[in-house]
Write a protein that binds this ligand. Structure first.
Ligand code: B12
Length: 325
């Protein structure tokens, strides 16, 4: 039976067996490369779609042997993974195909896939060390590097010259290859742990009106607010951190309960930076100063009361001044 035949599940198909058995079955004839059906299963599109992308955009299998079905090599699969992601994000297929064909080859898939290096031409050696440790999945080394940098240089310096360059480079790598979400998670966890431990060591007195820090609705990127919390702790400003994905009702409730000296809300993504969510905030007496940061905010639609900050240092200075620290 041809491996790309549609129809009922057969022994050895994804419907019958686990992923490892399927992987072996996909390669069972020893030809190397994957069939159209195997690639379709792996990246989650219909085989017919793959054939269309091959015909229309040249995103087909590069391995071809006489008398055998054509086989997709790892580089073909990497391009198709980029194509699928972009199409799901709403990029028109022709444009998505052009980007996918231009994407640098991701190399053979290894534990999460992708090249094991990121470009950091102007970064400090410590940032390059952090990138290497993250790409090697060495969490302990990531924590050690970030904690050491925090001890030596403090939060703003560590965030701007060690952590941010690596996050940006890893984000770019994901953008061009689709690889490395595992690395993003691993590095994020290590950075969060180091920032929390550093904050816990700062002698901050309790305050009846702490600063309240939160991510916007559905916003999963929480690192910047953790960095801000640590930087405020360093300046002996009490803060309460709500973390990722805070629904507008929950934020409103927290503002009512805490009565904060100021509120900071972070958004990384366009889809989480809708200003409407800020309209749901309660109006207290005295009013709670509202500070927003992150590249996701739709800046021209922010409420007049919202003060936009663009760097960690600016956020810290603004909140320290507002909270009277
Ligand atoms: C770590 C990370 C993750 C982690 C987050 C873990 C966590 N606990 O926070 C995980 C794996 C969960 C994740 C998931 C996703 N991510 Co992500 N992620 C990142 C990464 C690498 C770092 C995020 C971060 O903390 N950025 C903070 C700083 C370092 O970056 P920045 O905001 O661009 O910084 C600028 C300014 O804001 C300012 N600045 C820097 N720090 C600070 C601090 C303060 C307080 C202020 C005011 C300003 C400021 O200076 C910078 C220069 O202008 C970025 C790459 C990047 N460039 O940010 C991608 C990135 C944000 N993710 C992206 C995407 C698409 C996603 C996903 C949708 C898909 C995916 N990759 O899996 C999901 C869904 C998330 C969701 N629903 O919220 C895209 C967003 C593209 C876009 N604009 O729409 C990025 C940019 C990657 C990329 N290059 O394409 N991600």
């Amino acid at each position: 039976m041809a491996a790309d035949s549609p129809g009922l599940p057969r022994a050895g198909s994804a419907e019958h067996v686990g992923p490892l058995t399927q992987f072996v079955a996909d390669r069972a004839d020893g030809l190397g490369g994957l069939t159209v059906a195997a690639v379709a299963r792996r990246i989650g599109v219909a085989p017919a779609t793959l054939r269309t992308w091959d015909r229309r955009y040249g995103l087909g299998p590069s391995e071809h042997r006489a008398g055998a079905h054509r086989r997709y090599a790892p580089a073909d699969i990497a391009r198709l993974t980029v194509m699928r992601r972009l199409v799901l994000e709403g990029v028109p297929p022709g444009e998505a195909a052009r980007i996918a064909l231009d994407a640098p080859p991701a190399g053979p898939p290894r534990g999460g896939g992708g090249r094991r290096a990121v470009a950091l031409p102007d970064a400090e050696p410590v940032a390059r060390g952090l990138a290497r440790a993250a790409l090697a999945h060495d969490s302990a080394e990531c924590s050690r590097i970030v904690s050491g940098a925090l001890r030596r240089g403090g939060v703003v310096e560590t965030w701007d010259s060690v952590v941010t360059p690596v996050l940006t480079a890893i984000g770019r790598r994901w953008e061009s290859t689709g690889a490395g979400v595992d690395v993003e998670h691993l590095l994020s966890e290590a950075v969060l742990g180091a920032l929390r431990a550093y904050s816990a060591r700062q002698p901050v007195a309790a305050s009846p009106r702490p600063v309240l820090l939160a991510c916007a609705e559905d916003e999963q990127h929480a690192l910047a607010v953790h960095a801000l919390a640590a930087a405020l702790a360093e300046r002996q400003v009490a803060a309460r951190l709500l973390g990722a994905r805070v629904p507008r009702e929950a934020l409103a409730e927290a503002v009512r309960r805490v009565g904060p000296a100021a509120l900071f809300v972070w958004s990384s993504l366009d889809v989480t930076g809708r200003p409407e969510q800020l309209a749901a905030l309660p109006v207290l007496r005295p009013p709670v100063p509202l500070v927003v940061g992150g590249p996701g905010w739709q800046v021209d639609r922010l409420p007049p009361a919202a003060h936009l900050v663009t760097t960690l240092a600016e956020a810290v200075d603004t909140l320290v001044a507002t909270a009277g620290g």
